[in-house]
Each structure stands twice: as C-alpha cells, then as structure tokens.
Design a protein around this ligand. Structure first.
Ligand SMILES: Nc1ncnc2c1ncn2[C@@H]1O[C@H](COP(=O)(O)OP(=O)(O)OP(=O)(O)O)[C@@H](O)[C@H]1O
Ligand SMILES: [Mg+2]
Length: 698
C-alpha cells in the first residue's frame, strides 16, 4: 500500500510497522501479536485507548486485546459488521461512550477477520491522516493475526482431541478397575480354592478367598493385614517331610512377593488352630506392575487329603497285585515240588518200618516239608489261586461255633464279645477259609493288645452303594447287599506306614520267629477270592477295626453235607498217566498202584496216543496233565474220543480250573483235578469216573 503524506511523523509510522513486523516474525502465539497491534494503534494515533476484535464463528465480533483499558473483559458483538456495530464499540473500549472512535477492519483475502479501533476523549478529534495510519497498521497486522489465530485454533482443536482421549482412557481405566474389582470379589467368594493375595514388600495379606478362610480355620478379621512373619506364626505350615513349621522366608507367598519366585505344585502341610494337619498343594507367583516392578504376590492352594489317600490306596492295590502275581507263580512251583517230596517221603516211611535208625530224620524232613507246603498254601491264598470249596454258609453260626477256639487263642486275660446279626447272613464262601480269616484276625488282635484288652466281632448287613463306591475309587465295588464282618481290638493300633503295607506277604513288625507276616496276606487273598472287600481302620493308640465285606447270597441253596471220611476206593482197572514232569508222573503211578490199579505211563500226548493205538493192554481211564509241551491234552482227548467216545479222561493241573478253561486249554465240563491232590482226592475222582463210565454201555 502506498502511504499518502502524513500529518504525523511518517518515521514514527515506519518504526512502528517495522517493530510490528519484527515482533510478528518472532511471535509464537496470537495473544502478544494482538496486544502489540492494539498498543501500536493507540501510540501511533496518540489515543489513550484501543481495542482489537476478531470475528467469531457466528459472524459476530469478540474483543481480544486492549490498550489503556482498565480491567478489560472480553465482549462479544453478535450480528453483521457495519455502522451499527461501530456505534456499539464504545462498551468495548470502556465508559464514557461519548468519545470519538475510529475503527478499521482487518481484512484477509477479501474477508473481514476482525476490527481494530481507537478512542479519543470527547475534547479531542482524530487528525486527517488517522484513518490512513490505522488502515496501514490494520493491513500489516491482518494476515499475521489471522495465521496466528488459525494456528491457535489448530492447537486448541488438538488439545481438545487430546483431552477427550485422555478423559476416555481415564474413564475406561476406571470402569475396568471397578469391573475388575467386582469380578475379583465374586471369584474370591465362589472359587473352591484357597487364594491369598498379598502386597509387597512384606507379603502383608490383602485378600483371602472365602474357601481359603474356611481351610485356615480363621476369620477375615483375624488374617487381614498379617505380614509374612505373622502368617508363619498364626497359621504355621510345614514341609511334608519336616514336622517343624517353616520360617516366613520359606513360605510360598513370601517367596513370590519378596523375590518374585514362581512356585509350582509344592506340597505343604497346614497346621490349623484345632490341631489338625491338612496337606496342601500350593502355587504362587508375583504380581507386577507395567514396569515389571513387584507390587504383591498371589498364592492358590487346595486341600489334597482325599487325593493323597486315594493315591496311597491305589499304590497299595497295585503293589499287592504285582506281589500276588509273583508269589502265585513261585508258590505253584514250590507247591508241586513239596507234593512230590511229601508223597515220596511217605512211601519211604512206609517201607522202612518203625525200628529203622533213619526214621527220626525222615520224619523231621517231612515235618519241614509240610510246613513249607503250608506256607505255599498261604501264598496261594494270598495270590487268590487257592482251590476253594465254596458253599452257602450262614456267617453267625460259623462265628459262634468258632468262638471257644478264638477265646482259647486270646487267653484268659482277654475278652471276646460277639455282637451278631439276629437274622443269619448267608454268603457263598469256603467255610474253612472263613474260619482261617477269623483266626488270623483274632491272633493279630491278641498280639496287638499286651495283657488284658477286648476283642469284639460284629456282623451286620450293609448295602454298598454308588456313594460308598465313590469313596473307595481304588477298587471297583459291585454295588449290592453284603455281610459285614468286623473285628475290633483295643490294641496299640497301626501307624500309617504299617497300614500301607500290612497286606504284603512277609510284612511283619513282630520279632523273628513270632510272625511270618502272612496272616493278613492270607486274609486278603481269601476275601478277594470270595468276591469281597477288606478295609482296615487303625490309628496308633486307638485300636484297630478290620472290616470284611462278603456278598450276601440267597439262603435257598443249602450247603452240601460234608461226606464222611470213607476208606479210599480202589480198583483193578488200567489207567494211563500222561505227565511230562517225571517226578509228578512217578508219584501218580505209585499212588494209583497203591490203590490196586494197573498203570501205563506216557511223557507226552503224542506218546499216549501211540500207546492207545497199540491197544494192549486196554486203557480204562486216562489221567493227564493239561499243560504240556507238544500236542495239547485237549486235542489228545478229542482224538481218543473219536474212536472210544466213552473212555473217561481226567485232567489235572496246577493252574486253577477256571484259568485253564479260560485259556482254552480245557472244555468247561471236562473232569478236572486240581494239583496238588491228596490220595483221597485222586482215589475218589478216579473211582467215580470209572463207575460212571461202566454204567453207560460202551
Ligand atoms: N490288629 C492289629 N493291631 C495292630 N497291628 C496289627 C494288627 N493286625 C496286624 N497288625 C500289623 O500288621 C503286621 C502284619 O500282620 P500279619 O497278620 O500279616 O502278620 P503277622 O501277624 O506279623 O505274622 P503272622 O500273622 O504271619 O504270624 C503285623 O506285624 C502288625 O504290625
Ligand atoms: Mg498275623
């Protein structure tokens, strides 16, 4: 813009414009630029007061900078610009309003962006050049002011956005924190676990789950705010292998909170205020903030008594099964051999007569052999491979009949009390074996009691249901009615470590020569083989109860009457003995010959078939081992029966009959003789088969 001749010193104007231009180029914000413009306008025009207004987004004006106005306050002038507006400017410059006012617009690219106005007191007037000067100033100022304003608007918009974002984040965090707190307290209320949350650095308790308080046996008021040291004192915890309480530094929660240790699956024992001890499984770890600093710790723990008990019972059941397999195998072999030893021993004894000098030695040998055979019998019972002769027995009469013997066993200083079910309970079992069970249990009770004491035998009916089965998951219980036979003593009881092993054969705590450790193993085997269950309840100093459950049976099939002992039946027929083991074959031959029979021998099924084919002398019965190398006994019998369908074949085996049938070695109805057999067994079976065969025409 070209400046006309000026009344005022044009040098002043130039200086002012240069100063403004310099200030503008250095200014960083709107306020100082506007302030400078207002001030320069007043100075250049010799006015006392000036104001700068900017348009707002409604199209009105708002005063933004003043010079010479005392305590100015921003004012807005709504509506379009013009005379009316200028007339109204006085309030923006302050009272009195009768002064002369000069105002020029600030224009940027043809658009009015604001107004700059100066006021003179009433007694003075503006010079002729005043409008030119103020216009020059306004032109100089308009663009920088507008730029600064836009920059400021952008800044403000950014600030608003930033603020809004901050607010939102704050609100979200608050919501999350509130929501998190609600969820956490619900979790702590309902989770069936112990949870403890502590704060750093001294693991002071902040929160405990309801279940946790129950397990601790404490109220929230009692535990709140306890430090690690106080926790170690008020609810002591021990390592499972150590009876003294662990120091605070060793507790999982302390380690997690103080050192950031992550504890996984550690077993602990909690000592409760009532003196009980509860095994726990603990997990713990630190709580960290975003920067990774430890702010607290958390421990989760659960009670594992049931779990531990089941684990132990399962381990015991598995151990017994393994031991049973092993002892069963060994006992079979030994039993067979002992049968041979005793059999031949008796032959020798018969032959040497009463006055022989070696007779005493031989009798000693036979006694030892009988004892060995007795032990193997017990082992067979334990491994459930005994030959049982089960029948329907009423438990109560059996106990009553046995009571005098049991009293004798106990001795005069100890009493035996019977509390038997009024209605007899019938079970399907071997009576002799059941008596053996009672004798063994009462003998143990006697040994556990020292002088004096009482043993009681109870019988009652019990229904084992699904709930009961669940509490003993280590065995598969067949639900149904059972006869419960319980033997209780007032003896020393058993420690958990003894309890865990009592059923193992040869486990004894008794002195050498006082116990073989086979009593309970035998009981266990008999009960199991009879389809029953056995449990022991015992604590040191509190006596012992042994509970035997045998399945109840229908009383309608009565027990077969024991046959009276008759002289051994004998005969003159010819019997073919097929047996690969020479000693057993020899024993069978000698035994049969003693009974009067003629005997042929074969060491295999093939050899036996050859003998039969030769046909002289004719065979009346075949006595054969079941398990032999080469051709099986079953196939041999089938081959024989093709030509002589009525020829009786008696199978014998050391394996239980059901076992050989199950393995397909024998047909289910085949006549079977369990080894080892007595001379009585053999003579009876042979005679009855021969008699039966002779009744049916060949
Ligand atoms: N009623 C009981 N009270 C306390 N301890 C018992 C009782 N019954 C058994 N025991 C413990 O269990 C162990 C094993 O018993 P088990 O009857 O199998 O063998 P034993 O009595 O030692 O020897 P055996 O019966 O062969 O003469 C015993 O040594 C004893 O420690
Ligand atoms: Mg015993």
């Amino acid at each position: 813009m070209s400046l006309p001749s000026l009344d005022t010193d044009s040098a002043d104007l130039l200086r002012a414009l240069t100063q403004i231009s310099h200030a503008v180029s250095n200014a960083v914000s709107l306020e100082p630029i506007m302030q400078l413009a207002a001030q320069q306008a007043a100075v250049l025009l010799g006015a006392e007061r000036s104001v700068l207004l900017l348009t707002d987004d409604t199209g009105g004006l708002r005063s933004r900078a003043w010079h010479g106005v005392e305590s100015p306050s921003p004012k807005t002038f709504p509506g379009p610009l013009g005379e009316r507006l200028i007339a109204q400017l006085a309030p923006a410059l302050g009272e009195p309003s009768t002064e002369s006012i000069l105002a020029v617009p600030l224009v940027v690219r043809g658009r009015v962006t604001g107004l700059i106005a100066v006021a003179l007191p009433p007694e003075r007037e503006f010079s002729g050049s005043a409008e030119v000067i103020l216009t020059a100033l306004a032109d100089q100022m308009a663009a920088p002011v507008e730029n600064a304003r836009m920059a400021e608007e952008v800044r403000q918009a950014q600030l608003l956005i930033e603020n809004a974002r901050l607010h939102q984040a704050e609100r979200d965090a608050r919501h999350a924190a509130e929501g998190g707190r609600d969820v956490l307290s619900a979790v702590l209320e309902y989770i069936p676990e112990g949870i403890t949350i502590a704060e750093a650095p001294d693991a002071r308790i902040q929160l405990v789950s309801r279940f946790g308080l129950e397990l601790l046996g404490r109220t929230w008021e009692e535990v709140r705010g306890l430090s690690a040291e106080q926790q170690a004192f008020f609810f002591p915890m021990c390592r499972p292998d150590n009876d003294s309480p662990a120091p605070a530094d060793d507790l999982p929660l302390t380690r997690a909170t103080r050192d950031g240790t992550v504890v996984r699956g550690e077993e602990w024992v909690l000592c409760r205020p009532d003196g009980s001890r509860v095994p726990l499984l603990c997990e713990a770890g630190p709580i960290r903030d975003k920067a990774g600093k430890i702010t607290g710790g958390i421990m989760a723990w659960r009670e594992i008594s049931t779990h531990k008990r089941m684990q132990e019972q399962l381990a015991q059941a598995q151990r017994l099964q393994a031991v049973g397999k092993l002892t069963g195998g060994v006992a079979h072999e030994v039993n067979n051999m002992m049968t041979v030893v005793i059999g031949f021993g008796r032959f020798v004894l018969q032959q040497i007569g009463t006055g022989h000098p070696l007779r005493g030695d031989l009798e000693q040998m036979l006694r030892a052999a009988s004892r060995a055979a007795g032990i193997t019998q017990q082992l067979l019972a334990f491994s459930r491979q005994q030959v049982l002769r089960p029948s329907v027995i009423a438990v109560e009469p059996l106990v009553e009949n046995l009571a005098p013997l049991l009293r004798q066993l106990l001795g005069a200083d100890k009493s035996l009390e019977l509390r038997l079910s009024a209605e007899p309970l019938y079970v399907f079992a071997d009576a002799g074996q059941l008596e053996q069970v009672l004798v063994n249990l009462v003998a143990n009770a006697r040994d556990a009691m020292g002088p004096g004491g009482q043993v009681s035998i109870d019988t009652t009916e019990r229904v084992l249901d699904a709930t009961y089965a669940r509490s003993h998951p280590e065995v598969a219980i067949a639900p149904g009615p059972y006869a419960a036979l319980m033997v209780t003593d007032t003896g020393v009881g058993m420690s958990p470590s003894t309890l865990a092993r009592v059923f193992e054969p040869f486990y004894t705590t008794k002195a050498v020569g006082e116990g073989t450790g086979l009593g309970l193993a035998t009981v266990y085997g008999i009960v199991k083989q009879s389809g029953g269950y056995i449990w022991l309840y015992s604590e040191v100093g509190l006596g012992t109860t042994v509970k035997v459950y045998l399945p109840l049976t229908n009383a309608t099939h009565r027990a077969p009457v024991e046959c009276e002992r008759r002289p051994r039946p004998s005969g003159r027929e010819t019997i073919l003995v097929v047996e690969d083991e020479p000693m057993v074959r020899e024993l069978a031959r000698r035994s049969l010959e003693e009974l009067g029979y003629g005997v042929l021998e074969a060491d295999s099924a093939t050899a036996a078939l050859a003998l039969i084919e030769q046909g002289a002398p004719s065979v009346d019965l075949i006595l054969t081992d079941v398990v032999m190398p080469g051709l099986s006994a079953r196939l041999m019998a089938e081959a024989v029966h093709r030509s002589q369908p009525e020829l009786p074949v008696l199978f014998m085996s050391g394996y239980p009959g059901e076992d050989v049938v199950r393995r397909g070695l024998l047909s289910p109805n085949a006549p079977f003789l369990q080894k080892p057999f007595s001379l009585e067994d053999l003579s009876l079976r042979v005679r009855s088969l021969l008699d039966h065969a002779s009744e049916t025409p060949r």
